[in-house]
Design a protein around this ligand. Structure first.
Ligand SMILES: *Cc1c(COP(=O)(O)O)cnc(C)c1O
Length: 435
């Protein structure tokens, strides 16, 4: 399979190049040259397969020619080694829990898969691969734990000092081995600017083999399609056929993967994008004008995105046909006050403690059902374990949270970070001196 740039379909690169470049030079995004169609017989019988078998079948459809089958199978089995259960709150509403991986957030699917693909393509004797990543919290933990111990790679994470939660910081800073954390005395945007400047720095690129682990990498998108198929398998084994997915959305990578799964042949009735007040896409669906704006800070901070970077992929999937897209995608927007009410309602009605992102998806799934009654199953995606966002959940709800396995052990480890001012020269020197 070759991959083109959304800005220039004539530009085609191999899977390996798409993964290491992350972004084409023309600043488009990579897309597969054809959307692989899964065998209808496989989809009709999907409930007979395990999550890993389904994941392998999909991975093979995208990258089958580029990685031998047995190697790809080993990569999938190693990357996707945790559960993604659908738990039913009532007869028609289920929550797809995507937080059972090592960083307790759905970004583990993308980060674990990408790290193993990069490790696979980095042959012995190659120069060490330096992965740079800026994080506002969740991405860094998934990337750190995804790459931990992956041979031939070294990860440098930049995070804003004092602006990530306790569990997030522990996941970033207590790993050692091939993972290092830089605590930047600034904001997430400062971290991102430092990383961007490094990628554009010729001296640095001559000395180090730099790559990015950001969310637009095609190797992060592909594994996010896996759990949409797996959800369908779980529903089918319970006799349900029709499903509407509601996805809490920021950069629109997760829901983009869902729409890609649909285009590959997965039977889905509709998608609902749930956002916080960063509502660029909901406004677009309403007015037809795409007008990005500066992001606004909210309780669901992993979705504080004013210009969703994966949106061009979704438009590409629908060949810029907005009316066809609107037939498949609705959206709802929630304030922090409504998000708090959503978390309270989930606990009161179902004894379910959810993170703010998940609560927004719950609210949108209920709003869509009120607007479109039917016999379908509503599945909303839970993108993180609530323990990652203690400051964003009311104490009376949070007091019922059950810590996942390993969280206490994590708290006991010692923090290793290097403080960094917002100064490019200092950052560059750090990278060159600690090489
Ligand atoms: C990253 C993230 C999101 C947003 O996902 P996108 O793919 O950027 O839309 C939602 N919830 C949580 C917890 C996240 O970490």
């Amino acid at each position: 399979m070759k991959f083109y740039s959304t800005n220039n379909k004539a530009l085609r690169v191999s899977f390996q190049e798409a993964v290491f470049n992350s972004l084409p030079k023309d600043k488009g995004l990579y897309m597969p040259e054809v959307i692989p169609q899964l065998d209808p017989y496989f989809i009709q019988n999907i409930q007979q397969y395990s999550f890993q078998e389904i994941a392998f079948t999909i991975a093979k459809a995208f990258i089958g020619d580029d990685i031998p089958e047995n190697d790809l199978k080993a990569i999938v089995e190693d990357a996707i080694n945790f559960e993604a259960p659908v738990k039913f709150l009532n007869a028609e509403t289920g929550v797809l829990e995507l937080f059972h991986g090592p960083s307790y957030a759905f970004k583990d699917f993308g980060a674990r898969f990408m790290s193993r693909i990069m490790g696979y393509f980095s042959k012995q004797g190659d120069q060490l691969l330096d992965v740079l990543v800026a994080t506002s919290g969740d991405t860094g933990g998934a990337v750190a734990l995804g790459f931990l111990g992956v041979e031939g790679t070294r990860v440098t994470i930049l995070y804003p000092k004092g602006k990530v939660s306790k569990v997030q910081e522990e996941q970033l800073t207590t790993n050692g081995q091939n993972i290092r954390a830089l605590e930047v005395e600034g904001t997430f945007d400062d971290c991102q600017a430092l990383v961007k400047q490094a990628f554009n720095d010729e001296d640095l690129n001559a000395a180090l083999r730099l790559t990015s682990a950001n969310s637009i990498n095609i190797a992060r998108l592909i594994p996010q399609t896996f759990y949409y198929f797996w959800t369908y398998a779980q529903l089918k084994s319970q006799g349900m056929k029709e499903v509407v997915f509601t996805v809490p959305s920021g950069n629109f990578g997760n829901i983009g993967a869902g729409l890609l799964a649909y285009k590959m042949g997965l039977p889905v009735s509709h998608f609902v994008a749930a956002t916080n007040v960063n509502d660029t896409v909901p406004r677009f669906l309403q007015t037809g004008n795409y007008e990005p704006k500066a992001s606004i800070q909210t309780l669901a901070n992993a979705m504080d995105v004013g210009n969703p970077s994966n949106w061009v992929r979704i438009q590409d999937l629908f060949q810029q046909d907005t009316s066809q897209l609107k037939g498949m995608l609705s959206s709802y927007t929630y304030t922090d006050e409504e998000t708090l009410a959503g978390m309270a309602e989930l606990y009161e009605k179902y004894k379910y403690v959810a993170c703010p992102h998940t609560a927004i998806a719950y609210l949108a799934s209920q709003a869509y059902r009120a607007d479109h009654p039917g016999t379908y199953a509503s599945v909303f995606l839970s993108t993180a374990h609530p323990c990652k966002f203690p400051e964003a959940i009311q104490p009376e709800v949070y007091s019922h949270v059950q810590l996942p396995e390993g969280a206490e052990e994590l708290a006991g480890r010692s923090k290793q970070t290097t403080e960094l001012p917002v100064d490019y020269h200092t950052f560059k020197t750090y990278l060159l001196v600690n090489n």
